[in-house]
Design a protein around this ligand. Sequence first.
Ligand code: SAM
Ligand code: SF4
Length: 337
Amino acid sequence: MTQKPDKMPTELIDRFGRRVDYVRLSVTDRCDFRCVYCMTEDMTFLPRKQILSLEELHEVGRAFTELGVRKIRLTGGEPMVRKDVMSLIENLGALDGLEELLLTTNGAQLDKYAPALKAAGVNRINISIDSLDEERFTRISRVGQLQKVLEGIDAARAAGFERIRLNSVIMRGYNEDEVLKLADYAMDREIDIAFIEEMPLGEASDHDRQDTTCSNDWVRQVITDKYELVDSAERTAGPSRYVQVVGKNSRIGFISPVSHNFCEDCNRVRVTVEGRLLLCLGNEHSVDLRAILRDPGKDFNDLKQAIVDSMAIKPERHYFYDKDHVQPVRLMNMTGG
Ligand code: SAM
Ligand code: SF4
């Protein structure tokens, strides 16, 4: 039963006592790249009527902020390929109670959009880059051009975001010899970098993930051979841990959902562009918010109530590569990275 608006909770707490104050909102499943770890080469994307409109996405963001969410990350697919995405970003940036609006992007369009994103209220930006070698970059992204991304990174730096972080997925046989090169590139520009372990989300079509996945313990050792690293006190309530590089102004993050499990601190949920509220990256537990948004008999309070009720099914943890547990069939572009 829908609670009266004045009885609606103002924070989201799951049954393990974890407070959810962070939402990753996918604004599209489409992308101008086809990264080997994220998509197959011949992707079929969702028909338009199945995806949330910009207004519906805004309603979802508003419902979450009224329930105590302080941080929204826009992701996808590639958020910047969604038509009129800037109007959504401006509207989300104006939501009461929202403290941080974040964007994860492949960077290819930042040369055009970086100043407008900053003006719309985006505080921090993550830019994915897996190689600094042109040919390799195109092998990994299948169609992307390194130069466009490098220009995007420069544009983001010039626009003055609070923080810029590069994201690199290190894969054996693709780019494992570029760990130091990528770290140095970030440090030379005084921006952060996070190394992400390749996750078994759906099947990769060009390789077997068990052959390519590099553990972050290994990546960290490569960096430690050259630099002194000091654990950072900052907790991110997720599978990432940061270190400060002694003598540098950059932090290095290790996002290790495969080799380490930090689920006990989890503070986040995801909403796919179809309006499916996913309670955990590595599980299928979800609630169909689109059905509520499009039901003429339901209103904004029903939407909020469904989000409140979803806390009862947020799983305790994920079990990547555990044969006793079902593995996710969703590819990352459908999940919202
Ligand atoms: N298109 C944007 C981008 O590439 O940054 C945003 C969406 S993308 C799905 C978000 C992040 O997920 C990227 O940093 C990407 O490298 C990462 N990613 C995608 N598939 C992954 C996988 N199977 N394992 C680990 N990270 C993955
Ligand atoms: Fe596109 Fe990002 Fe997936 Fe690469 S990782 S295919 S850029 S959505």
